[in-house]
Write a protein that binds this ligand. Structure first.
Ligand code: NDP
Ligand code: 2IT
Length: 449
């Protein structure tokens, strides 16, 4: 059953729905946060008086623009670009860019909304934003990707700046795309403003560990969740959905810490490798050769490819959804619980449907929502900004240590907040409330913004 909202909060939610028609993913993300905020308004009546929730649900600025570009055949293509600058109470807008044909304004708004609270949890001085385009990079040549990125930046640059708005990658955007966008920004502005984008390459302003950070951070978060239950990762059987940036480095760190990942996926199907996913092979296929996961079994005879398969049917102790939103539904959650899953941590943003979340919470398994569990990526982006601001670059070991401390700190903050608000072990409630309170306090202090 869908939980009932507190009366005042229900009215706010209804208003969000009617003001943002058709944006179901945004409604879903807002509702999930609002469901947990009732007790906060009781403890902090000034948040209600100053209408902080209503303000937090309204982006500070939404930018939609045309992105025309020419493909390799000389034909004109038109895509739509977005940047939703959601909240800058804690610092410059910060959040990734997603290039995927499914991207709509509602998608970018849900991601921007989540980003506000996630970024607050990191404790770093960053506000929340998200952007992207309905551009589909699949099958496009390097030249086409470059021309698209240049056209995208030709419009977006005017809204960016190291003190204003600092994008990074997300689905379909990694080091290559950040390079093309940074090059174009530099050319237009005639400024080598390193801190305007994060996820840059090593050697031209990027930070070591940024590429690995989201996945590594998720695993540190799982390690901490397990610690509260006197468990470790050693020998645990895991599955990781997706096979992109987040999935790859989640798998790598799980293996480093003694767990075994037996399955991963992409939008075409699932690979099951009972010997444990070969991370070097996966990296070569995905990062170097940009191929599909189905090719994995050509090199690992003992592995099996299931076209159109459902990864959540593969029995495991730990599940790490790391592909996209709403990829794990109520049925999948029940399957996982039935198969003995003890922990779930979200590398992706909002990968679990509301029904799936309820199944996990009711089953009492350790469930780390994306806002907390995948915050290591953006936290390390903030470390990249810090290095850029001081014209310094840190060692891998030092940066990874900082990431570990940040993730452990988020776990502590979220756990303590859940306890304080009477729901020990409920990381959803803890993350939403802890993130919200930080943003709300800053908004109050800054006057009516
Ligand atoms: P990538 O583009 O590197 O990889 C995305 C992976 O997810 C691919 O395997 C892709 O499969 C799969 N996927 C994407 N969309 C769909 C879809 N609609 N249906 C099924 N599978 C899909 O992206 P990232 O690894 O960077 O991002 C993955 C998730 O992690 C996203 O939710 C993102 O928001 C989140 N995230 C990313 C961070 C980062 O630093 N990159 C930080 C925090 C969260 P295919 O190739 O077949 O499309
Ligand atoms: O969802 C996310 O946190 C990201 N895609 C990373 C954002 C960032 O600015 O590093």
């Amino acid at each position: 059953m869908t939980p009932v909202l507190d009366e005042n909060i229900e009215a706010i939610y209804q208003q969000v729905k009617s003001r943002n028609p058709g944006e179901e993913e945004f409604h879903q993300a807002v509702r999930e946060v609002l469901e947990t905020l009732g007790p906060v308004l009781v403890k902090y009546p000034e948040f209600a008086r100053e209408r902080i929730i209503e303000r937090v649900c309204e982006p500070e600025r939404q930018i939609i623009f045309r992105v025309p570009w020419q493909d390799d055949r000389g034909e004109v293509q038109i895509n739509r670009g977005f940047r939703v600058e959601f909240n800058s109470a804690l610092g410059p807008y910060k959040g990734g860019l997603r290039f995927h044909p499914s991207v709509t304004l509602g998608t970018v708004k849900f991601l921007g909304f989540e980003q506000v609270f996630k970024n607050a949890l990191t404790g770093m001085p960053i506000g929340g934003a998200k952007g992207g385009s309905d551009f589909d990079p699949k099958g496009r040549s390097d030249g086409e990707i470059m021309r698209f990125c240049q056209s995208f930046m030709l419009e977006l640059y005017r809204h960016l700046g190291e003190y204003t708005d600092v994008p990074a990658g997300d689905i379909g955007v990694s080091g290559r795309e950040i390079g093309y966008m940074f090059g174009q920004y530099k050319r237009i502005t005639n400024r080598y403003e390193s801190g305007v984008l994060t996820g840059k390459g090593i050697g031209w302003g990027g930070s070591l560990v940024r590429k690995e950070a989201t996945g590594y951070g998720v695993v540190y978060f799982v390690r901490e969740m397990l610690r509260t239950r006197n468990e470790t990762l050693e020998g645990k059987r895991c599955i990781v959905s997706g096979s992109g940036n987040v999935a790859i480095y989640t798998i790598e760190k799980l293996h480093q810490l003694g767990a075994k990942v037996v399955a991963c996926s992409d939008s075409g199907g699932v690979v099951v490798d009972e010997q444990g996913i070969d991370i070097d092979l996966l990296k070569t296929l995905k990062e170097v050769e940009r191929r599909r996961i189905c090719d994995y079994v050509k090199y690992r005879r003992e592995a099996v490819y299931q076209p159109g398969g459902n990864i959540w049917d593969v029995p495991c102790q730990i599940a790490l959804p790391s592909a996209t939103q709403n990829e794990l539904n109520g049925r999948d959650a029940r399957t996982l619980v039935r198969n003995g899953c003890i922990a779930v941590a979200e590398g992706a943003n909002m990968p679990t449907t509301p029904e799936g979340v309820r199944v996990f919470l009711e089953a009492g398994i350790a469930y780390g929502p994306g806002k907390a569990a995948n915050a290591g990526g953006v936290a390390t982006s903030a470390l990249e900004m810090q290095q850029n601001a001081s014209r310094d670059s840190w060692s891998f070991e030092f940066t990874e240590q900082r990431l570990d401390e940040i993730m452990t700190g988020i776990h502590t903050l979220v756990s303590e907040t859940a306890e304080e608000f009477g729901a020990p072990g409920n990381y959803v409630l803890g993350a939403n409330i802890a993130g919200f309170i930080k943003v709300a306090r800053a908004m109050l202090a800054l006057g009516l913004i």
